[in-house]
Design a protein around this ligand. Structure first.
Ligand code: FBP
Length: 328
């Protein structure tokens, strides 16, 4: 267990190996992500008591989904957290068709941020765990005719990735390429304190996490994998409705999460840039694996901000087993 003094910003400085301007920039950037997370956690914690937390806004987002009031609140929390920061010039999220510019941070802002403000939105109104997913990349010179090209990069170009989990406690899990570390929010201090350092996941687990309601729409290989785990003693199905919560369980206990393509949605449901790639980065840093069924999630270059991809992610041996069924 970390001490009261291993705060998120201090841990990032240690990870950066010193007190350079870059180190302080990255530490400040993670501090802003932590701030947005605290503001979202506070709003969620009083959901049933104050107006305008639960329910829908009445609008539809670029995904064609009803926008929840918390989706909008969380999206704004991130934008507000990065205003006047000099860190991030452009942000892209699940809730915004196009990237959002913070002119006061341009062009000095040397990083870009992509995020899913609330992951597991269908859980909000029933007080079940939800999360936020984020990833940071270096901003690059882009041509005027294609200013956001540098947002469409493969996952291995992420320099930081992570998620916030709003569960019985609020946690922030991140990696900047030197292992995976988890922090727990101590609300009495208002600080994220290191609680789990250098998390390594089991090579094999006995949890499979999938929405079996889509069974009839899956490939034969995928159906055969599920038939196989149904026959094996010791396997347990766990599916929370929030990707972040299911991935968090698998990070600590092992197993595999699956969101395959379906006949209706051949690319599946989950978004590559701000759902699959950040979580693939975390899982790979913890010793696991993430694939779209054919290639490593971190090698895929998105063609557009809201591209979707199938996702098979978790313990190495479990993902390899799934791939062996998918590829016959
Ligand atoms: P949101 O980011 O819009 O919440 O969508 C993603 C998600 O809710 C994941 O968290 C979850 O794993 C999945 O969709 C659930 O989808 P389904 O209801 O089709 O099983």
């Amino acid at each position: 267990m970390g001490s009261d003094y291993t705060t998120l910003s201090r841990h990032v400085l240690t990870q950066m190996g010193g007190f350079s301007a870059d180190a302080y920039d990255i530490s400040a950037l993670m501090g802003r992500i932590g701030l947005a997370g605290k503001i979202i956690a506070r709003q969620l914690s009083r959901a049933g008591l104050v107006a305008d937390v639960l329910g829908i806004t009445g609008t539809t987002n670029i995904q064609g989904e009803e926008v929840k009031k918390m989706d909008e609140f969380a999206n704004q929390a991130f934008i507000r957290a990065f205003e006047q920061s000099g860190l991030v010039c452009r942000l892209a999220s699940e809730e915004m068709e196009k990237p959002y510019y913070l002119p006061e941070n341009c062009p000095i802002g040397r990083y870009t941020l992509v995020f899913d403000p609330i992951d597991g939105s269908s859980n909000i109104d029933v007080n079940l765990a939800v999360g936020t997913i984020f990833a940071v990349r270096q901003a690059e010179q882009t041509p005027p005719e294609d200013p956001d090209r540098d947002l469409l990069q493969p996952g291995h170009k992420q320099i930081i990735a992570g998620y916030l989990l709003y569960g019985s406690s609020t946690m922030l899990v991140y990696s900047m390429g030197k292992g995976v570390h988890a922090f727990t929010l101590d609300s009495s201090l208002g600080e994220f304190i290191l609680s789990h350092e250098n998390i390594k996941m089991p090579d094999k687990g006995f949890i499979y996490s999938v929405n079996e309601g889509n069974f009839s729409q899956w490939s034969e290989g995928m159906q055969n994998y599920i038939r196989y785990v149904h026959r094996q003693p010791g396997y347990s199905a766990r599916y929370s409705g929030a990707l972040v919560a299911d991935i968090h369980r698998i990070l600590f206990q092992g197993g595999v999460f699956l969101y395959p393509g379906t006949t209706k949605h051949p690319h599946g449901k989950l978004r590559l840039l701000y759902e699959n790639a950040p979580l693939a980065y975390i899982i790979q840093q913890a010793g696991g694996k993430a694939s779209n069924g054919k290639e490593d999630i971190l090698d895929i270059t998105p063609q557009s901000l809201h591209d979707r991809s199938p996702l098979f992610i978790g313990s190495k041996e479990d993902v390899d087993l799934v791939l062996s069924f998918l590829n016959g």
